[in-house]
Design a protein. Structure first.
Length: 1002
């Protein structure tokens, strides 16, 4: 017992000691926690204060950045004005030198200060501080680097005032930070021609103190070509050195880090060229007028442009060439580099290229065989010699053969020391052209173009855009892009070995060059447009709104299905990446796509994302299976793959396999065919392969109305001619519903110029070819081909059929609308065409005499109706008014599409390759409101998808679980999918057992 008590006392004592120690620790911990909370509160308060202060500083910094941008723009504008004033002062100086004897002595003394540049000007040039901080932001530049010690840079005199260039040798010594300039003065022939020798103080050696510039690394690819011009080499010098050497070059050089996009289409007329700055000269040595090519004798006055050296008589000034592009070089030397021919101001395009293309496009690019038919070789060489060795610009208007101009342009590029695409960039372009993946191809060629030297890039841009305009007229000149690529490929890209070539290597190089040229010609003009700023004002505006290119896109793993199996090795760029790369910048494409042709070459690159995100597979498959996988299994599909590969008789076990195959193979077009007695893919194993069912379809194309519609032709459409489609729907749809009892009708816009109608009722699907033909002929009224004038004949009818009566109601409502828009009765030629539809010539002649007395088309139409409604008209004219209305307005069916059960038709929600628009359903309740020009195109949908996904990360795991989210609900495609879903939900569920039994009986 005592032991227990003792043990209890010890436990109690230990417990008390432990509690006492614990209490002490808890107190210490509480104090520590209180200190931490207090310190955290202080830090939080301090952090909030600093955050507010930081926000204020950021706002202030943003204001300063805005001011800097405005100052940059003002600086550029001021420099432009200063350059103009310098030109005026220089003109006054020359006038004083030339005509000094005619100026009174008193006035000459007042103007004596203008005859020689002041020492203040010279000192301001020598000691001008570096404006690098304003002109150039080195923090965004990764392509600058200083030259190595002792590097010699040779440049040409960019501001040429004589026919020969004054060479400048500049030695840069980094040790003593001195720039030594050695001018080698040369006497010019112009000195004798204008009657004076210009006196300039050209020191043999001048030493300038240049502040040491910060060394910045550069990308090797930006300066890797031996053909890179001095414009590229000078970027490696300190900015102050560049400013002293040639301030004009620095101001006009495009920004290295950023490229502004202008809104003007860069045609020949949009090249930023100055107007001619003519000055009069007294001829001492015989000259020739560049306009009339007549001789100007001694003592006569001649006008000469100070920039391009164009000279002409005073009376020939109006006929002088409109473009003033500085000429370089001034010597008669061939086999130079491209950089030797470019002007000192952007865009860096040789004057011979600008003038030849200008004259070719002025005459028209619809000449058959343009660039393929050769010109006379002697004439080509003579014209090239005049361009390269003459003082002015040859008068191209007197050259009768346009092939001489095209030959001169090709000969110029062929005589270059190095091709337009430098040899060091050759492999980059070939690799891009050989790339199989369209996205990588676009990305690689974009990088290769960006890394070209400025003269090469600008000239290539200008040439390609011209060739695209030539290819646009291929229907007339027979020169599509493939032909132009064969001609210009070797010229632009050259050969891998410029010296020795064997035949096999030349053939291989030519084929690669052709692929590269086809790739360049496939890029949209909106892409090339960004490299040619149009005017100085737009360049200033671009400097204020410069945008930085997006960062490298993210890459995610997508599912590639081959033969129904999943494969995760194929990589697709994410949504944002596709929007950036397809096609190279979708934001640069014009918003007015309704009037433009869609760039078909980029369709395949955009389709993967469209099929994965936007194609409504679920309602689509539900429609075509009609409640049975066996029915879907025997359905024929046809795919058109990239390269116009047409695959027929494709079938799938279920909708899931169909979806995977579409996403995997990325068809550019999907055609829906009939349901056969066996699976189409197994037709070779069956003795009988016959179509048993298919929706009844109707096809209406506006090209069948070309003889009467005047607003558009061919594939073009507008809201005016769309009235024909509206009339067709309003006529055919009631016939299908009321006369045949077909309740399930789907009208689909074809994506370009027509509509399709799918009749999904069971009775319609089970019709044979004869029954389908009977229905089509029941609806059709307009007969005859394009050459037949009269296409509607109602004379044999005693009473008009109800179908025709309903059609006349629709035609009577739409005909007056189109009569106001079209000149059907405005001219004698047009009303004669309508009067030919009246069988009685006496009535037609009487109406023609009435038409000459009235002014409006409405009055002439009323005269027709009154003349043909009289009680005693001939029997063959009883329905003449109805025949006219029906021939002009009644729908014109493509009978072959409707008659054949095995005829394939383009699927809804396909993308039309010519317009990029989606084949969307039409709401029958709002058929009058449907506007084909507002139908979303694939690039617009991808932009919308990208904007909705902005700021959100792609979740790969969720995408694997639910790879087909309903993303179309977040785009303008949503209302059209809803129309389609309503149509599918209205379809009755088929009796599968009954269908299978009927198939067994068959």
């Amino acid at each position: 017992m005592e032991k227990i008590v003792k043990y209890y006392v010890e436990l109690n004592t230990g417990k008390n000691n432990f509690l006492q120690l614990l209490e002490q620790n808890v107190v210490l911990f509480a104090q520590f926690t209180e200190d931490v909370i207090s310190h955290w509160s202080f830090i939080q308060h301090e952090n909030e204060s600093l955050s507010k202060l930081n926000k204020q500083y950021e706002q202030e910094a943003e204001k300063q950045r805005t001011k800097v941008k405005e100052l940059k723009a003002e600086l550029i504008e001021a420099r432009s004005q200063l350059a103009a004033l310098d030109d005026q002062i220089e003109l006054v100086r020359r006038m004083l030198r030339d005509d000094g004897s005619y100026i009174p002595e008193k006035s000459r003394k007042k103007l004596e200060f203008l005859t020689v540049k002041s020492s203040v000007e010279e000192r301001s040039v020598e000691s001008a501080p570096s404006e690098t901080g304003i002109d150039y932001d080195h923090t965004d530049d990764d392509s600058l680097d200083q030259k190595k010690p002792g590097r010699v840079v040779r440049t040409q005199n960019l501001d040429r005032k004589r026919s020969r260039s004054v060479g400048r040798e500049m030695t840069i010594d980094n040790d003593d930070d001195e720039l030594q300039m050695h001018n080698s003065p040369k006497r010019s022939k112009d000195d004798l021609e204008i009657g004076f020798i210009e006196s300039e103080k050209c020191p043999m050696k001048s030493t300038l103190n240049i502040p040491e510039a910060k060394r910045v690394g550069y990308r090797q690819s930006m300066n890797k070509s031996i053909s890179e011009p001095y414009l590229m080499e000078l970027r490696n010098l300190p900015m102050s050195t560049l400013q002293v050497m040639n301030p004009v070059l620095l101001k006009s050089q495009p920004t290295l880090a950023k490229t502004a996009v202008t809104s003007n289409t860069p045609t020949v007329d949009s090249i930023p060229s100055r107007t001619h700055f003519f000055t009069s000269k007294t001829v001492l040595k015989p000259e020739y007028c560049d306009v009339c090519e007549k001789r100007v004798t001694f003592g006569k006055l001649i006008l000469r442009c100070n920039k391009c050296k164009t000279q002409c008589h005073q009376e020939c000034r109006i006929g002088a060439v409109g473009l003033c592009v500085a000429r370089t070089p001034m010597g008669r030397h061939a086999y130079r580099k491209l950089c030797d021919y470019v002007p000192p101001q952007a865009p860096f395009i040789p004057h011979i290229v600008v003038h030849c293309i200008d004259e070719i496009e002025r005459r028209g690019v619809d000449v058959v065989g343009l660039y393929r038919v050769p010109g006379t070789e002697t004439h080509i060489l003579d014209l090239l010699a005049k361009f390269l060795g003459g003082k002015g610009v040859p008068n191209l208007k007197i050259i009768a053969d346009i092939n001489v101009l095209t030959g001169c342009l090709k000969k110029f590029f062929q005589q270059l020391k190095e091709p337009l695409i430098p040899l060091t960039s050759r492999q980059d372009f070939i690799s891009a052209a050989m790339e199989v993946d369209e996205l990588k191809k676009m990305d690689h060629v974009h990088q290769a173009i960006k890394e070209l030297p400025y003269p090469n890039r600008d000239t290539l841009c200008f040439l390609v855009m011209h060739l695209q305009r030539v290819a646009g007229a291929s229907a007339f000149n027979k020169m599509p892009k493939t032909n132009l690529a064969k001609i210009f490929g070797p010229t632009v890209l050259g050969f891998s070995d410029q010296q020795a070539q064997n035949v096999t290597q030349m053939i291989d190089d030519s084929s690669k060059s052709e692929l590269v040229m086809q790739l360049l010609l496939s890029l949209p003009q909106q892409y090339w447009k960004q490299y040619l700023p149009v005017t100085e004002q737009e360049r200033i505006a671009a400097a204020r709104t410069t945008t930085i290119a997006p960062a490298n896109p993210r890459i995610i793993t997508a599912t590639n299905v081959v033969d129904g199996e999943a494969d995760h090795e194929r990589l697709f760029p994410s949504t944002m990446a596709l929007i950036v790369l397809i096609p190279i910048c979708l934001s640069m494409m014009s918003t007015e796509k309704a009037a433009e042709e869609f760039e078909e070459s980029y369709l395949h690159g955009m389709l993967p994302l469209y099929y994965r995100k936007l194609f409504p597979f679920k309602p689509y498959i539900k429609w075509l299976r009609y409640g049975s996988d066996d029915y879907f299994r025997r359905r024929e599909f046809a795919f058109i793959l990239k390269g116009s590969i047409y695959l027929r008789y494709k079938s799938f076990d279920n909708g899931s396999y169909f979806e995977k195959e579409v996403i995997s193979s990325v068809p550019e077009k999907i055609d829906i065919g009939a349901v056969y007695n066996v699976e189409p893919k197994c037709k070779q194993n069956s003795e009988t392969f016959l179509p048993v069912e298919k929706e009844m379809v109707f096809d209406i194309d506006l090209s069948d109305y070309d003889e009467i519609r005047e607003c558009c032709k061919g594939g073009s459409i507008c809201k005016i001619c769309w009235h024909f489609i509206v009339a067709a729907i309003k006529v055919i749809d009631p016939i299908l519903l009321d006369d045949f009892g077909f309740e399930h009708r789907l009208w689909v816009y074809s994506g370009r110029r027509g509509v399709h109608c799918w009749v999904a009722d069971k009775e319609a699907r089970n019709m044979n070819n004869e029954e389908r033909s009977a229905v089509a002929e029941y609806i059709s009224v307009v007969m005859g081909g394009e050459g037949q004038k009269k296409k509607v004949f109602l004379n044999d009818e005693s009473v008009l059929h109800p179908v025709i009566q309903r059609g006349l109601v629709v035609a009577s409502n739409i005909f007056p609308v189109l009569l106001k828009e079209y000149s059907w009765l405005d001219s004698q030629e047009s009303w004669e065409a309508m009067l030919k539809l009246i069988p009685d010539k006496t009535i037609a002649d009487a109406l023609e005499s009435i038409f000459e007395k009235v002014d409006t088309a409405e009055e002439r139409w009323q005269a027709i109706k009154m003349a043909l409604s009289k009680p005693h008209i001939p029997d063959n004219c009883r329905f003449a008014v109805s025949e006219i209305l029906l021939q002009y307005i009644y729908p014109r069916l493509d009978m072959n599409v409707s008659k054949g059960i095995n005829h394939l038709l383009k699927s809804p929600f396909c993308i039309h390759p010519k317009t990029g628009k989606v084949c969307v359903p039409i709401d029958l309740e709002k058929v009058d409101e449907f506007d084909p020009t507002s139908v979303p195109a694939i690039d617009d949908l991808l932009k919308e998808l990208s904007e909705n996904d902005a700021g959100e990360e792609n979740n790969i795991d969720n995408e694997k679980k639910n790879r087909k989210p309903l993303d179309y609900n977040r785009t303008t495609l949503k209302p059209y999918v809803q129309i389609f879903e309503r149509f599918v939900s209205s379809l009755p569920k088929e009796d599968v057992a009954q269908r299978e039994q009927s198939q067994m009986e068959f």
